[in-house]
Design a protein around this ligand. Structure first.
Ligand SMILES: C[S@@+](CC[C@H](N)C(=O)[O-])C[C@H]1O[C@@H](n2cnc3c(N)ncnc32)[C@H](O)[C@@H]1O
Length: 232
C-alpha cells in the first residue's frame, strides 16, 4: 500500500525523521572532535591512570565545571569511565592508546580526519580526487600498524596457521612489493633474526617511514634506493 506523504503532517514526520538521523551523526561527530582535541592535548595519555577532576583541571587549565562536562561526554561515549571517584580510559580505549597497540589511537584519529577531508573533496572537486603523500602515509600507518608485543603475539598466531609462510620467511628471501610502512615484514624480521627481506614502496614518504621504522627496530641494513627498504 502506498503511504500518502504529500500532506503537511506527513511531510513534518518525514523531516523529523531526517533530523533524527542528523542528530545521531552530529553526536558522533562531536564525540570524535572532542577525542581528537583531548588526545592532541595529552588527555588520553594522562587518563591511562585514574585521575580525579581536580587533577584534570590542573593539567588542562580548564574550569572544573567544564572538565566535569567533558568527562561526562567521554563517559557517555564509552571512552572513559568512573571508578571510586576517579576517571580513567575505558579498557578498549586504554588498549588503543597504549604503546603496545598494533595500531595506535593517534593513527586511527588521523585516518578518520583524512577520510573526512577526502569525502569532502569527492563531493566538491571536479578533478579526480587523489591522495596527497601525507594522506597516503596516514592511511598506510593504519594499514600496516606498528611492531609491538601485541603485533608479535598476533603474528605468532597467524603464522601458526601458515607454517609454510613461517618457514619461507625464516629460510628464504622475502620480497614485499607495495609494502606500505612494512608492518608485516618488519614484525616478522624482529621475530626471525635470520630473516632476509626486501620491501618496495612507491610513495617516498611511506618508504621513508618504513626505513625509519626498520632502523628503530634494529633490522635495517642498507638502502641503495630511496624506495627500497632492506632488512639485514
Ligand atoms: C595495501 S597497501 C600495502 C599494505 C602492506 N603490504 C601491509 O601489509 O601493510 C599497498 C601499497 O602498495 C604501494 N604501491 C602501489 N603500487 C606500487 C608499485 N608499483 N610499486 C611499489 N609500491 C606500490 C602503495 O603506495 C601502498 O602503500
Amino acid at each position: 500500500m502506498l503511504v500518502d506523504t504529500t500532506g503537511p503532517l506527513e511531510r513534518l514526520a518525514l523531516a523529523v525523521r531526517a533530523r533524527r538521523y542528523i542528530s545521531a551523526w552530529s553526536a558522533s561527530a562531536q564525540a570524535l572532535t572532542l577525542l581528537v582535541a583531548l588526545d592532541e592535548r595529552g588527555w588520553t595519555r594522562l587518563l591511562a591512570e585514574p585521575r580525579d577532576l581536580d587533577a584534570l583541571a590542573d593539567f588542562s587549565g580548564l574550569p572544573l565545571n567544564r572538565v566535569r562536562d567533558l568527562v561526562a561526554v567521554l563517559d557517555a561515549h564509552g571512552i572513559a569511565e568512573w571508578h571510586d571517584g576517579k576517571v580513567r580510559l575505558s579498557p578498549p580505549f586504554e588498549a588503543l592508546s597504549a604503546d603496545d597497540a598494533w595500531v595506535g589511537l593517534r593513527d586511527v584519529l588521523d585516518q578518520s580526519i583524512a577520510m573526512s577531508q577526502l569525502v569532502r573533496s569527492a563531493a566538491v572537486m571536479r578533478e579526480e580526487v587523489s591522495l596527497t603523500e601525507a594522506e597516503a602515509l596516514t592511511i598506510a600507518c593504519v594499514a600496516g600498524g606498528r611492531t609491538t608485543r601485541v603485533t608479535v603475539a598476533t603474528y605468532e598466531k597467524i603464522l601458526a596457521e601458515l607454517p609454510e609462510l613461517r618457514e619461507k620467511a625464516r629460510a628464504g628471501r622475502y620480497l614485499d612489493v607495495g609494502c606500505g610502512i612494512a608492518g608485516a615484514t618488519l614484525t616478522m624480521a624482529t621475530m626471525f633474526p635470520e630473516m632476509r627481506a626486501v620491501a618496495v614502496e612507491i610513495v617516498p614518504a611511506i618508504a621513508g617511514e618504513a626505513t625509519c621504522r626498520a632502523m628503530a627496530l634494529g633490522v635495517w641494513k642498507c638502502d641503495a634506493w630511496t624506495r627500497e627498504t632492506s632488512t639485514r
